[in-house]
Design a protein around this ligand. Sequence first.
Ligand SMILES: [Mn+2]
Length: 452
Amino acid sequence: MSGLEELRESASEAAEKIRDFDGKIRLVGQYDADGISATSIAYEMLNRAGKDFEYEIIKQLYEEDIERLKEEDEGLILFVDIGSGKASSIEEILTSEKDVVVSDHHEPSEKGSFIHMNPHFSGIDGGEAISAAGMTFILAHEFDEENIDLVEWALIGATGDMQKQEGEFMGLNKGLEELALENNIIEKRRGLDLYGRSTKPLKDSLKYTTDPHLEGISNDEMGAVQFVKNQGVDIRENGDFRTLSDLTPEEEKQLINGLIKTGRPVKPLLNNIYTLKNGYEIGEFSTVINACGRLGRAKDGVKILTEQDLGLAKTVSRAYGRKISESLRFVENNRENEEHIYEDRIGVIDAEDNIEDDFIGTVTTISMSNGFFDSPVVMGVAHAEKGKSKVSSRATKELVEEGLNLGEIIGEICEELDGEGGGHNVAAGAKIPRENKDEFIEMLQEKISSEA
Ligand SMILES: [Mn+2]
């Protein structure tokens, strides 16, 4: 039996359990783009079936949440994008009192006696082959074939969990993409993969393109406007600036030809573009959904998806942008304050509670890329809940090419300092006990200077 068939089988078991259940259901989802997409899929499935349910979205599933859920009056708990890692506690605390269904793709701690959908049980890598939104879509589709339209949100979840590589979905996501294309639910074509494709004025998307450098366009607003005009493409429509997505395929081709004719590099800018029914490029939309969770407004993400509330999507985007600027301002304003910002073999942003843990990663990435520090490694650390600190670190590509692997280093330090973390060669993160923060910084400084 293939992996997908096995997944379908556990999905149909889950679908039957939910279909046959007459009482009140509690839906519990995780707060990132994939978790909110998965929650929205389950929400829609239950809503369409006229089920009585409540839902909540949480950052992490703690033992005390499971204890709390045990006391709630719902007889069936449906976890999405959360739960597999806590399967033992769910088994121990919840299953004697309630029916439980888990639809997740994280590494499971055990199978348990409840209905546990997880690709790992079928030898499928949940890290890249399918997201929780994908798993929950399979469930919703088994529940009722009419739920086929929800495959769009499965792809938004997969995009949020970075299950796309060089413009192609990986693993089982590929099958979901085909389903979406066959049913005209998304659109896929080659196009210019520029920042803000569906959310920023075209002139800005061009102006902000600096890698590769576009002579006379990069960092040059007048040049960018002139270039668009020269290709016979209107920069505005009814007084408003057009985005790249507003262009017809022919107009986009004119731009591409214009770049080629003027000897500017085009190939690095071309990629598959996935456009949703609402006109958003999929990556930009998944960023908006992710922003909802980070801003503590995860339920707005569900509203944006289930009600296609694009006004709310814009409001959230603006709030998210403001929050990032605010966090960056803290770094800028404290550049002389050695208590928070210093450079010693690595650049350090020791924000404590001045930057929220959900924003420290973005701030670290931006501080690395805008050259705020001279060091080849930047680390940000901020208070997280329950006496922990969130660590985020980034390294230059040059250092990685010389053999540095930040993910491994962070993993090693975590083992010594009672933390949890890891990541990739250029970017890694961790959660550590707050009292180990200074030691963590010292160990990273030492390891970087011995390797670099
Ligand atoms: Mn996920």
